[in-house]
Ligand binder design. Structure first.
Ligand code: NAD
Length: 475
């Protein structure tokens, strides 16, 4: 088959420091989301490969867990340099594989800064603490299984790996089966950094096969998972038998609260940007836009105009803000929700069902803004994972907080206001793991969800502690 796969020979896994042909023989099709054509196949690992990867990580654990902070920082530096050198290939892979617009190069930049952020954290981190008569040592939890989703596979590999290594853990990574190209590029880069053999192992396979084998294995002490809430629940139940430590980063239905004192031009831009991040395929997407009743007409007029700043198109076109959906399945899912929104009485302000006229093939959808949405409608409750946003009105501040918190999810929220103290007071009442006021961002602050958006936190010192076990020594 003459395909892009010639430059991506995705028929290898990485075990014990070597690229090897998997024992598994199942082939998984990869499609170009721009035109729906087959672009190649990935040979999937199976349980035997998972076993070998876990054994390699287990044998490397005693030496890696005994390394000093300096040795770990030095390793993270080498990984950072190596991954930075593969940025062009990585951007090409995310574009080809899931249609990520090249204009959003943050997908790739963050893959590099994952290492520098963890270096900063490690430099300031104390692995020993004193509490009264006790010396508390923070010991690596053991072999870690890291399971990632397709929507930013390389970043999640980088972030989880950097954190686990910083803690002194060795790892088995199970990337998404839909992300074989990104995984191949980043694996090559990680290999070039020359970690001790067995510290890092990567096995791409099906979730219910390789993912499940890792989640159940007695030699794996920790699972760090990013993906859907549905899969998170399966993983949690599988991990209980061996009492694994589990960090789950799951889905969201994040509110963007626009306060009545907000500059609507800025707030509309910010809310659309939060909603359309990664073509709407982001766990933190701000998909419920909460607008004061009395400013609805004004907001809709501005937002309708600003939708033009988020053109849908070929992901390689630098003007494109919203690319195609990752798969035909995801395209169908988005369509179902748009039809359901209409059936439930929501009003389409921009967009609607079907493909944009200029893109009649592939998995392109029409970025859609709904008004007249109430928070009990399905489109306001479930994660759509596409560029479909719901505008919901509120009466006053208390009502806005009540709607924002009326969700099974609690991952992220956005608040827009010209009064940052007032916005801060609202933020403190939100049942979410992170609140961004007027677009502010801090990469080292903890990231994770309340409620069904997850368990535990990632990034910075909170993330690092998720890979450590406290041991109290009293003398
Ligand atoms: P998914 O849950 O379908 O798959 C995620 C990973 O889990 C894949 O590697 C998959 O193979 C694996 N998996 C599936 N079944 C498994 C099982 N039984 N045991 C072990 N592993 C299994 O998610 P997806 O479609 O790849 O990603 C999209 C979802 O991820 C969305 O819901 C999104 O909100 C969520 N997400 C969350 C965050 C966050 O940080 N909170 C970030 C990105 C994506």
């Amino acid at each position: 088959m003459k395909t892009v796969m010639q430059s991506y020979p995705v028929n290898q896994v990485y075990i014990g420091g070597n690229f090897v042909t998997p024992h598994g023989s199942e082939l998984f099709d990869l499609f170009n989301p721009v035109n729906g054509k087959l672009i190649g196949q990935v040979q999937l690992a199976d349980e035997v490969d998972a076993e070998m990867a876990i054994a390699a990580a287990k044998s490397a654990l005693p030496r890696w867990s005994a390394t000093s902070k300096e040795v770990r920082i030095e390793a993270l530096r080498r990984l950072q340099v190596s991954v930075a050198a593969s940025k062009v290939d990585l951007l090409e892979a995310v574009t080809t594989e899931y249609g990520a617009p090249q204009r959003n190069s943050y997908m790739v930049d963050s893959t590099v800064t994952a290492f520098s952020n963890m270096i900063k954290t490690l430099e300031e981190f104390d692995f020993t603490r004193k509490i009264g008569r006790a010396r508390v040592e923070l010991a690596p939890v053991g072999v870690a299984g890291l399971i990632t989703p397709w929507n930013s596979d390389a970043f999640f590999i980088a972030d989880k790996l950097a954190t686990a290594l910083a803690a002194g853990c060795t790892v088995v990574i199970k990337p998404s089966e839909m992300s074989a190209m990104q995984t191949h590029v980043i694996t090559k880069a990680l290999h070039e950094a020359g970690l001790p053999k067995g510290v890092l192992n990567i096995v791409t396979g099906r979730g219910d096969v390789v993912g499940s084998a890792i989640t159940r294995h007695p030699d794996v002490s920790k699972i760090s998972f990013t993906g859907s809430t549905e899969t998170g629940k399966i993983i949690l139940s599988q991990a209980v038998e061996t009492m694994k430590r589990v960090t789950l980063e799951l889905g969201g239905k994040s509110p963007s609260i626009i306060l009545d004192d907000a500059d609507l031009e800025e707030a509309a831009s910010g809310a659309l940007m939060a909603g359309f991040a990664n073509s709407g395929q982001a766990c933190v997407a701000g998909t419920r836009i909460l607008v004061p009743e009395k400013r609805l007409a004004e907001f809709l007029a501005i937002a309708t105009e600003k939708m033009a700043d988020f053109p849908v198109g070929d992901p390689r076109d630098p003007a494109t803000a919203i690319g195609p959906m990752v798969s035909e399945r995801q395209w169908n899912r988005v369509q179902r929700y748009i039809h359901r929104g209409v059936a439930d009485g929501a009003r389409i302000v921009v967009g609607g069902p079907g493909r944009p006229t200029e893109f009649p093939e592939g998995y392109f959808v029409r970025p859609t803004l709904f008004a007249d949405v109430t928070n009990d409608m399905l489109i306001a409750r479930e994660e759509i994972f596409g560029p479909v946003l719901s505008v919901i009105t509120y009466r006053d501040e208390n009502h806005a907080v009540e709607i924002a918190n009326d969700s099974t999810y609690g991952l992220h929220a956005y608040v827009f206001s010209s009064d940052s103290e007032r916005a801060g007071r609202i933020a403190s009442r939100l049942e979410v793991g992170r609140v961004s006021i007027n677009g502010a961002y801090e990469p080292l602050s903890p990231f994770g969800g309340f409620k069904q958006s997850g368990i535990g936190r990632e990034y910075g010192a909170f993330g690092l502690e998720g890979f450590l076990e406290p041991r109290s020594i009293m003398a």
